[in-house]
Ligand binder design. Sequence first.
Ligand SMILES: CC(C)(COP(=O)(O)OP(=O)(O)OC[C@H]1O[C@@H](n2cnc3c(N)ncnc32)[C@H](O)[C@@H]1OP(=O)(O)O)[C@@H](O)C(=O)NCCC(=O)NCCS
Length: 435
Amino acid sequence: MNLDEMLCTLGEAEMRDALAPFWDEAQRDCPPAAYAARFLTPEAIAESWRTGRFFTPDPPAELPGMARRIRGTPALLALAAYAHWRLFEGPRKPGQAGWPTLESFLGEDAGLFYLVVALGFIPSIQAYHRRLGLPSSVMEGTGLQIARYCDNYRRGRGRLGIYINQMSWLACYMPPSLYFRIGRFEYRKYLFCYPVRVFRRHSDHTTVTLAMNDLHFTPEGDHCLTDMPEPEGSWRPVFEVTEQATRGTPITPWGRAVRQVVELPHDEWECVLKPGDPILDMHIPSGGQMTPEAAESSMREAYHFFNTHFPKPHVRAIASYSWIFSNQIEECLPPEANLAQLQRRLHLLPCASQANSGLWFVFLQDGGFDPATARRDTSLQRAILDYLSRTGRPWQVNTMFVLGEDLEHLEAGIYRRQWPPSGLGLEAAPSQERL
Ligand SMILES: CC(C)(COP(=O)(O)OP(=O)(O)OC[C@H]1O[C@@H](n2cnc3c(N)ncnc32)[C@H](O)[C@@H]1OP(=O)(O)O)[C@@H](O)C(=O)NCCC(=O)NCCS
């Protein structure tokens, strides 16, 4: 079907620029009739639903009902085939710049339309993982993501569907990415991209992280929020490499920069992680129950898995950027909370973040985070809202890393216990009482 005809029927003319670059190629490579025969039959829907382990053993009637409606509506079918191809079969770069909301044509059923499309993720992942020769447990774990997205929608909207803003991420799991769920978390082979260098002392394995010049710090040593004016007293780090040593601004394991310069002689300290090094980029699917045991065993298993199945290049560390690793978590949740326990095991880093970034995953608000209308249903939501109103500070995101060789020692809080490192003239961090 012609793009303009489809847009006109669905009332989505303003989406033309987003869909035009790949429309004709998608219709040719993934003809709507062939797509319908493979992915929209009641059998195909039921098979994906069962494999994806949703909240009921069989799909609720609305789902095959929507698949039937798509099959019987040429404009919807053309869009569904386009979305399937764009996410799971065609070139993934550049990513899709937005999706039609379908509000005028489908109203509240728009999320259901996208859930039907998203079910195509499951056979696509199966085929890709088979080609890679991966164990079936990895495919089964990775395929759970659609059910988790579906949980979000049920929690936020109280009905069956998927949020449109979660669709584009599904392309990240497809070839040539190596992106799998292993245990509690998902990981993709990636390059470390945070402007810091991590050093380790030969004599006692102490870890020191130095900030590189393009970071901007608040007086407290957090990264300045990128969408707010820099506060008075903000400062830049020092970073230089001389013939004898690397000199620079250290970052505590709590993820705050210290306004001092330390000198790490080359013959005593080795750089063990720097921008461009291969790492595992970790992502956290929803679903709670992120116990420290589940977290640690997932990280250990993933590190071993990638370095065994995809050993070149060898990954040296795991890193993750998330609201979950904000260094405000420990000021907000009790020490026994899963997220607080996990943080004590990791090394945090300051990083660029907008105010209240990432809180969508907790409050699922359309149109950005608004504390006035945010839900207070769960203890996590209440704790975050109370923290924000008590301190008047916006939420900020941090990054975390762990080095592969430390994965067996996380429970002991290896990074915090080594702080402050001896011989560098650094003091205990203000938050050090919370080891
Ligand atoms: C991060 C996360 C896994 C934390 O799990 P956890 O701390 O182990 O959660 P628990 O199972 O211990 O639950 C603790 C409380 O948080 C609530 N909770 C769990 N996930 C939640 C979520 N996504 N949104 C809001 N509240 C949540 C639970 O209902 C529970 O509240 P209760 O005490 O009122 O019953 C969880 O917040 C989550 O699933 N988040 C969505 C995914 C996400 O944010 N990914 C990162 C994207 S950058």
